[in-house]
Design a protein around this ligand. Structure first.
Ligand SMILES: [Zn+2]
Length: 86
């Protein structure tokens, strides 16, 4: 009868640098993904006329500051009435 040898390692060694690499890479990728999503959401809010922090509707407001959270509006200036009489 023929014996079949199966290799069973006595101990499993894990390279510490591999562990360190993935332990660093995964949180880094998560952080970059969250930041990219936050930038995308804020840009969409700003583009549609909403406050980029609290998404308050800023359309039609003459003030350049959000009345809800106080964030200064950046980008296009607020709608200003032009007095053509003077
Ligand atoms: Zn706001």
């Amino acid at each position: 009868m023929m014996a079949v040898e199966i290799f069973v390692p006595q101990s499993l060694t894990i390279n510490l640098w591999v562990v360190l690499f993935f332990a660093t890479l995964i949180p880094l990728l998560a952080k970059l993904s969250i930041e990219a999503n936050t930038r995308r959401v804020r840009a969409r809010r700003r583009r549609n006329g909403f406050c980029e922090r609290c998404s308050y509707d800023l359309r039609g407001l003459a003030s350049s500051r959000c009345p809800e959270c106080g964030l200064e509006k950046v980008g296009r200036p607020a709608v200003v009435a032009i007095d053509r009489q003077s």
